[in-house]
Design a protein around this ligand. Structure first.
Ligand SMILES: Nc1ncnc2c1ncn2[C@@H]1O[C@H](COP(=O)(O)OP(=O)(O)OP(=O)(O)O)[C@@H](O)[C@H]1O
Ligand SMILES: CC(C)(CO)[C@@H](O)C(=O)[O-]
Ligand code: BAL
Length: 281
């Protein structure tokens, strides 16, 4: 596996593969790799001639009081793990390489961002679509791989691809979980021992919501109440949001019907965790 830090060099390499008619798969990440990222990479490996993984902690998608400075990083370990799943290129530009001057062009996503992380992290998805557009332009992949753990991100990038006509197939990959159900996330490393044990209730509350919907509950407020009670009883974390919305449109409704997302965000001492399930009600 080769590490590339220069955009120009990456573009030259990509051009060469395009001339040879090779298909390219891209896995955009912020690094500190875990089994979730590696599952995306394995899927990409099985579907493409060339696999590129980007590791870039994008400053544009962090709010002023968020964890940009402390976001976990370990490039040596990332390179080892990416090589093990046969990634061909690890694209790791410095922030100054991606954004050499103040970004003169901004993007704003009008739909699918009013709720969930779009509401609690204002400007987050505007920053995500800028960096993802840059990565799509540099790597020009045939396929790009994203995790369903970040389901709102997936819905927004789906809009990006359709609205800006990127000739890219989005591949959505199921959330990879720890044995107690906690979604794997780079930020899990910030949980205290007690918080880590409590954090299993995030997925348990999603499963409880699914169970009562399967038994016939349709009322959105009652579903949210059940989850809220469980989370209050079983964790010291502060609930940021619990929402039940249509997917991928992310619209609220008093009664659940059709394809829905049940999503939550919980703030622990040093980590804000998100999780969701997408089901048909
Ligand atoms: N548990 C997981 N299962 C499947 N995909 C995942 C999982 N965790 C992250 N991904 C996906 O990996 C890609 C890169 O995500 P990112 O580097 O932000 O990792 P992360 O673990 O989500 O970190 P964070 O702590 O920021 O939530 C995204 O498409 C994301 O949805
Ligand atoms: C897609 C992404 C790499 C853009 O910075 C990031 O939001 C992430 O890791 O999910
Ligand atoms: N995977 C989400 C990236 C972020 O939290 O900024």
């Amino acid at each position: 596996m080769k590490k590339v830090t220069s955009i120009k060099e990456m573009q030259k390499i990509i051009k060469g593969f395009q001339r040879e008619g090779k298909s390219i798969g891209l896995i955009p990440t912020m690094g500190y790799l875990h089994e979730g990222h590696l599952t995306l990479a394995k899927k990409a490996r099985s579907q493409n001639d060339i696999v590129v993984m980007s590791v870039f902690v994008n400053p544009l998608q962090f709010g002023e009081n968020e964890d940009l400075a402390t976001y976990p990083r370990n490039l040596e370990r990332d390179m080892q793990l990416a090589a093990e799943v046969k990634v061909d290129y690890l694209f790791h530009p410095a922030a100054e390489e991606m954004f050499p001057q103040k970004q003169a062009i901004t993007m704003h996503v009008e739909e699918r961002t009013e709720r969930l992380c779009g509401a609690s992290r204002p400007g987050h998805f505007d920053g995500v679509v800028v960096v993802v557009s840059k990565l799509f332009n540099i790597i020009q992949p045939e396929r790009a791989y994203f995790g369903k753990k970040d389901a709102q991100q997936l819905a927004v990038i789906d809009l990006l691809v359709k609205n800006l006509n990127f000739p890219i197939e989005l591949i959505a990959v199921d959330t990879v979980r720890e044995s107690d159900g906690l979604a794997k996330s780079s930020r899990n490393v910030f949980l205290t021992e007690i918080e880590r044990k409590e954090a299993a209730v995030l997925f348990e509350s999603l499963q409880a919501a699914e169970a009562i919907i399967t038994e016939g509950e349709k009322n959105t407020a009652r579903i949210i109440d059940v989850m809220k009670t469980m989370l209050h009883e079983k964790t010291s974390g502060e609930v940021d949001y619990i929402e039940v919305l249509s997917y991928p449109e992310l619209q609220p409704s008093d009664e659940v019907n059709g394809v829905i997302i049940i999503a939550l965000a919980v703030k622990f001492t040093k980590a804000r965790l998100i999780d969701n399930i997408i089901i048909t009600a």
